[in-house]
Design a binder for this molecule. Structure first.
Ligand code: ATP
Ligand code: MG
Ligand code: MG
Ligand code: MG
Length: 462
């Protein structure tokens, strides 16, 4: 029976017959034996395979079994005499599916830089680092669904093609309709790509929030988890043009409820990953950033700091720290400020609330002072903003006024305003940048290295 290597390493018993399938990581030959390390992606650890010269096709397969080759090996588990592993597999049959020429296969046994690995994005998942990143990404996804499903939230699917710029930041990709079915290939190259979406403007979604509000007004508690797109024409280590967002939306909820949920949510994900991916987390702690494990424990065990934007500005104005960007009430915080607060001042995640109305989106609930809105950002050490959320404006007249004040057309938001016209309730939600979470958790420095197929200016696409 084909078994996953992680299961063999955990539970395999001597004399058990097993078959494994995977890719060769290394080969060592001695006079009578050869040792292979095989990995199938199920864990960081490889399974050691012993090949004895009396295998019927030994001479032939040993030449083919180079780093990168794909194999299926059947045999019997035996206790390992070597250090580092409890058990190994004594091969009885070896089948090589595909060879990998050692002259040209780029992933030879040595450490490669992440810059180099980005140029071979189609192969980098076969390395220890990316294996660990993508297993952790998977565990986070699972923990996200688990958290919301256990609390009775409905997973809803908001559209990718959208008519509005939810954030008002103007960072949208437009959608064009192009039907090339009856256009010969040669002429297709001269097609006008500037057409719109069947006569109307449309964009790739920057956030599913407005649609999530629609659903929350019927199901009370909902969440989306899907790709979002922003035309971020800059090269930062924290922005992608295509990234995944988790966006819960809760009816009958205020900003305090929103912050409580966000904090419990982050704690849950870290706890789940520490329990199920400990080996991978250890790896990041050793190789990438030696505060990874301590950070995870910190998140799980300590309450996040909560303070207002106004207090944060006062604090930043007082410090001796020099910043590249100015600090002034009314200006948005830059990641250097956000990181300073979380990393240096509080040494844990910080929830900032009540941002200036002017720098936040129209849908956030206006405070009585009218100068600030019920917004909250969660700032993480090393990353800065990881979550952005708010209580939403539930009052029809105020919302109409806010839409107009931002130069938007209320007619475009007729359905959104209807939600306030009929059965409106206080409601709140937030958006977590999924890649920023994985970055924060693993200590990976560049956001392009926590998504399998990064989309950003100047990335190598395939
Ligand atoms: P930033 O200030 O870092 O540009 P934002 O305030 O524009 O973020 P929001 O509109 O609040 O972002 O989106 C919610 C969350 O989505 C952010 O807190 C962040 O974690 C994530 N996010 C936003 N833009 C990107 C991006 N371009 N790539 C990856 N994640 C992003
Ligand atoms: Mg932004
Ligand atoms: Mg921001
Ligand atoms: Mg934000």
């Amino acid at each position: 029976m084909v078994k996953r290597i992680v299961d063999i390493l955990r539970n395999g018993q001597p004399e058990e017959s097993v078959t494994v399938q995977g890719w060769v990581r290394t080969k060592r030959e001695s006079k009578e034996f050869a040792f292979l390390e095989v990995n199938d992606g199920s864990s960081m650890a490889n399974l050691q395979i012993v090949l004895n010269q009396d295998l019927p096709n030994y001479a032939e397969v040993i030449k083919q079994l180079n780093t990168g080759a794909s194999v299926e090996i059947a045999g019997v588990l035996v206790p390992s005499l070597g250090k580092g592993q409890r058990i190994e597999l004594k091969a009885q049959t070896v089948k090589v599916y595909g060879e990998a020429d050692p002259e040209s296969y780029p992933l030879q046994k040595k450490r490669h830089s992440f810059e180099f690995l980005r140029t071979i994005g189609h192969l980098r998942s076969r390395t220890n680092s990316f294996g660990a990143v993508f297993r952790i990404r998977n565990a986070c996804s699972y923990a996200i669904h688990q958290f919301f499903q256990e609390r009775g939230f409905l997973w809803i699917h908001t559209p990718i093609i959208s008519a509005s710029d939810c954030e008002g930041a103007g960072e949208m990709f437009t959608v064009t309709s192009l039907n090339l079915r009856n256009v010969p290939r040669t002429e297709a190259q001269e097609v006008d790509y500037s057409q719109d979406f069947f006569g109307r403007p449309a964009y790739l979604t920057v956030s599913g929030q407005l649609e999530a509000e629609v659903m929350a007004m019927a199901f009370s508690n909902v969440y989306t988890f899907g790709p979002t797109f922003r035309a971020e024409n800059s090269n930062t280590s924290r922005h992608l043009a295509e990234f995944w967002m988790v966006e819960p939306e809760m009816a009958f909820c205020d900003l305090e409820g929103d912050m409580d949920l966000a904090e419990a949510f982050l704690k849950h994900i870290f706890k789940y990953v520490m329990e199920t991916c400990h080996e991978d987390m250890e790896f990041f702690n050793q190789r990438i950033d030696n505060s990874v494990l301590a950070t995870a424990e910190n998140i799980i065990n300590n309450q996040f700091e909560r303070l207002t934007y106004t207090d944060a500005i006062a604090l930043l104005e007082k410090t001796d720290q020099t910043f590249e960007y100015p600090v002034k009430w009314g200006l948005d915080l830059q990641s250097e400020h956000e990181r300073y607060l979380a990393e240096e001042v509080f040494k844990k995640p910080v929830i900032l609330t009540d941002y200036p109305t002017e720098i936040k989106a129209f849908y956030m609930r206006l405070n009585d002072d009218e100068k600030t809105v019920r917004a909250m950002d969660i700032l993480a050490p090393k990353i800065g903003e990881i979550i952005g959320g708010s209580q939403r404006e539930e009052r029809l007249e105020v919302l109409q006024r806010r839409i107009e004040a931002q130069g938007l057309n209320p007619a475009d938001y007729w359905w959104y305003l209807d939600l306030r016209r009929y059965g409106t309730v206080p409601h709140a939600g937030f958006g977590l940048g999924f890649e920023r979470l994985v970055q924060f958790m693993t200590g990976m420095g560049n956001i392009r290295d926590v998504i399998p197929f990064p989309r950003a200016p100047l990335t190598v696409d395939f």
